[in-house]
Design a protein around this ligand. Sequence first.
Ligand code: ARG
Length: 433
Amino acid sequence: MTDEPRDPRTHTEVHRVADPDSTRVATYLAQPGEVGRVLLLYSGGLDTSVMLKWIQDEYEAEVVALTVNLGQPGEDYEVVRGKALQLGALDCHVVDAREEFAREYVLPAIQANADYGDGYPLFTALGRPLIAKLAVEYARRSGCDTIAHGCTGKGNDQVRIEGTVAALAPELKVIAPVRSWAMGRDEEIAYARKHGIPVKGGTETAPYSIDDNLWGRSSEGRWIEDLSHAPDDDVFQLVTRPELAPDEPEVVDVSFEAGVPVALNGERLGLVELIEAAAEIGMRHGVGIVDHIEDRIVGLKVRDIYEVPAAAILLKAHRELERLCGTIHQNQFKPELDRKWAYLVYAGLWWEPLRTDIEAYVRQVNERVTGTIGLKLFKGSVRVVTRESPNAVYDAQLATFAESGGLFSQQASPGFIEIWSLQSRMAHRLRNG
Ligand code: ARG
């Protein structure tokens, strides 16, 4: 195992190797002797709680905890902080990053119609670079030499977090205990019990692996890994199941100014509030459930159950309005850039300059994306029903041929058709004699 020399329990073996660097898989990984004070990305859950204690014991290091609020519902941050301190953290910082997340991460995703693999609006992928950026800031501020996180060795999140740390802070080292400590869930629970770490719920059923923020919620694990297993009802903790949604549809008007969603049903809201309000309406109507098979960065395919009520509404409205305000050529070109943008973000390359290069174009297009889209929500479906924009490349009179307005003559159509089809006609004739 190439991992072994990094495992603190094989400490002595590391020193038996002549050149420790020759066994290091990546230069940013911490060797046991290098770890003095660790900034731990702390959620308050089992993994990171066990980690908080384990790092102190195994590395004889100090731990500073950081908990980032990206709008995950139902979190009590005072409780999380109390738990960290009780487990021996020097300090536990709780950062409310909702505003920054909405403005700097979710908004560009809306403007790029971000939808990886046809269904994943990237909420986790958008959150990780911000969380890791804050980890770097707080690590520097509190004199830490190492950042620790709770991601496994199978997922995308380790790539996003470590990629960010390596890009922003080459001087900091990383440890990922879950990747190396070889404890399964039962061992973790045993470790927790032994060290007085509170364990929620029973041990019979492992919980789903959940990640959530303002922009959505994902569930992985358990039966979700069985592709032939249709979703059990208990996985849906956010969105009302469509069969239980109201029998009456509801129309919601989403207004944009220069590509920024600014109002719902005519009421102006800040971006965080607007996303939360859209999520709330969507949840009620069973909107935004996605059962997704995804090509991961780390080779595997994975199935996720996503609940993305706000994205289901806002992405749909944005894409519709953008198309209305764009020409046929813009509308054919932009999705190619959008797809590349989403892939870079999914793949953990937030700090890649191509992302901001693409965003320059995306922003330019979005300057004209102003207007209102009406969506009808009904038992899980979202359908565009009205459109209104001062920048619509649309002329009702032209569309009905009532009046050419000097822009268009029906008499010119046949001439156009003859020229437009010229090459195709010639090629067809060559093939068919
Ligand atoms: N599959 C999604 C992604 O790679 C969601 C991951 C959610 N993370 C988690 N720890 N459950 O972005």
